[in-house]
Design a protein around this ligand. Structure first.
Ligand code: FMN
Length: 205
């Protein structure tokens, strides 16, 4: 039998047409983000924030700064998936639960802090790259969580970054990496499109 994770990878498609008459509950939204935050992040920094636009008013506001893409409003919820520029000074706090749980020895924390400082301190592009990686892992995991709950998802880069940041009061260290519409898919969506041949994208060395 095909493993359910493999089956989800094979079956997931990007949704363009959502059923606007079907909403999802705040509990489902919370569950989606809870699962999304199980994704890995560098040093377990968890430098992300998910803004869930679920009211008609919030979705319309978002649609206006997202190339007027109808799915922003027609989906039950559209997330603004934000990455936060990495700041190694928050690392001890972020690692504390792993220390408390007995997973990570407390004596190891300073070496992780030193590694993060070496990578990110004063390195704006690395801080930004990490924010984008973090948000992308979170968004990807959210897409598969949605699939598992019988919902479809649409990642979007078609939006005005500055306008989204301004309209939704993002903090100066936050980057709106992606919009992610989630909701009930209409049956007439395209299936997953064919991918490039493996020979073009894989080098085994
Ligand atoms: C980072 C990213 C940004 C995207 N931005 C948009 C977008 O703004 N509008 C849109 O209609 N589709 C957008 N897409 C959807 C892609 O066109 C779609 O995922 C791709 O064609 C593959 O579709 P499939 O996974 O169903 O095969 C985006 C996808 C990704 C991963």
């Amino acid at each position: 039998m095909t493993h359910p994770i493999i089956a989800a990878i094979e079956a997931r498609n990007t949704i363009n047409l959502f059923d606007p008459s079907q909403s999802i509950s705040d509990e489902q939204i919370s569950e989606l983000v809870r699962l999304a935050t199980r994704a890995p992040t560098a040093f377990n920094l968890q430098n992300w924030r998910f803004i869930a636009a679920r009211t008609t008013e919030a979705k319309q506001r978002l649609r206006k700064v997202a190339w007027d893409q109808a799915k922003v409003e027609e989906a039950a919820v559209t997330f603004i998936v934000c990455g936060q520029m990495t700041d190694e000074r928050v690392l001890a706090d972020r690692l504390a639960p792993a220390v408390d749980a007995g997973i990570m020895p407390a004596s190891m924390v300073p070496s992780w802090e030193a590694g993060a400082k070496m990578l990110y301190a004063g390195q704006v592009w690395r801080q930004r790259d990490e924010a984008v990686r973090t948000a992308t892992f979170g968004a990807t995991t959210l897409i598969y969580a949605a699939h598992a709950l019988g919902l479809g998802a649409a990642p979007m880069i078609g939006f005005d970054h500055e306008a989204v940041a301004h309209e939704f009061d993002l903090l100066p260290n936050e980057i709106p990496v992606m919009l992610l519409a989630v909701g009930h898919a209409k049956p007439e969506n395209w299936p997953q499109k064919p991918r490039r041949p493996l020979a073009q994208v894989l080098d085994i060395i």
